[in-house]
Design a protein around this ligand. Structure first.
Ligand code: FES
Length: 306
């Protein structure tokens, strides 16, 4: 549903209470006209339901493109050359996005790149990214030099790596390296919505220390009954993988092939799943083509190249 500031100012979250009781949970500056008031209009960001309610609200099929000037809250190393960039939006202009989507990061108009959001849309002010810094890369150098309170423009949201809410199939999430970022967003959102389908996460890391949020993922096992986690190292799947120099296309392909064999052995029928893959382009294409070749329904496959 439509919303903007989450703060009682813009009026975009306006809805009509058709039946039931609501209670005000925060002050709002937005002022309703006399007609709206008499028709029972409320702001969804400022009221909560007391029991079952029926509301009439605008539903937007597509989230509009937003341009937001955010501030750097933190820039922390995660592992090796991967950093966590934490941006904060102004209180009155939060980012509307779906779990798994990306935004374009614009650093003073001098360097831009598109990155998947690693955080949950349930916290639409605090937007996080897992960024692998690359040698001799303008964008990476500018990211490295960011300091708290510096500004970063975000433009988006972009992409359709989002959960299919209409499906009741179990979900297989294959995250390769920093492909974990959009997958984390999907899982956190699914947990928040108390998703009842089974979620199986396989996180394939290129380097030894590549499961940079291993403890966080382990903690999800305790709170989410239907969640299972398998951390894997690329070189366990393919002993010829060469993490030191960065994995090459062939090595990733072999890793993906070995992973598909493992999935086949561990699950009765992969066609019973919705499969989400996030990782290097080569991996995404290889996994999709291999699955489709063996009869996997294309509409049950979603991917993002990271
Ligand atoms: S008033 Fe802006 S989102 Fe509710």
């Amino acid at each position: 549903m439509n919303y903007g500031c989450s703060n009682g100012n813009c009026g975009l979250c306006q809805a009509r209470l058709v039946s039931g009781e609501v209670s005000k949970i925060s002050h709002h500056d937005f002022v309703f006209g006399v007609a709206e008031k008499s028709m029972g209009h409320i702001l969804l960001c400022a009221y909560t339901a007391v029991g079952n309610v029926v509301i009439e609200a605008h539903e937007s099929a597509v989230i509009p493109e937003q341009h937001i000037t955010t501030r750097v809250k933190k820039l922390n190393p995660l592992a090796g050359d991967i950093v966590l960039l934490h941006l904060q939006t102004p209180r009155t202009q939060r980012l509307r996005f779906l779990a798994g989507q990306s935004v374009r990061l614009d650093l003073d108009g001098r360097a831009c790149a598109t990155h998947p959001i690693a955080s949950c849309p349930c916290d639409d002010r605090n937007i996080q990214f897992h960024i692998r810094l690359k040698f001799d890369d303008e964008f990476s150098q500018r990211i490295e030099s960011l300091k708290p309170a510096n500004t970063v423009q975000i433009i988006g949201p972009l992409g359709d790596f989002t959960l299919n809410n209409r499906s009741h199939r179990s979900i297989l999430l294959l995250a390769f390296d920093t492909g974990f970022a959009p997958v984390k967003s999907l899982i956190e959102h699914a947990m928040q919505l108390e998703h009842s389908e089974n979620l199986y996460l396989y996180w394939i890391a290129e380097a030894e220390e590549g499961h940079y949020m291993h403890n966080l993922v382990r903690s999800w096992i305790d709170v989410f009954d239907n969640f299972s986690y398998t951390p894997l190292n690329a070189k366990d799947l393919n002993p010829c993988a060469t993490p030191a120099g960065g994995m090459q296309t062939d090595a990733w392909r072999d890793v993906s092939q070995a992973l598909l064999r493992q999935l086949d052995a561990e699950h009765d029928n992969l066609n019973d799943f919705d499969i989400y893959v996030a990782g290097p382009d080569t991996v995404v294409q290889f996994v999709r083509d291999s699955l489709v070749k063996h009869g996997f329904p294309r509409e049950q496959f979603k991917s993002i190249s990271t």
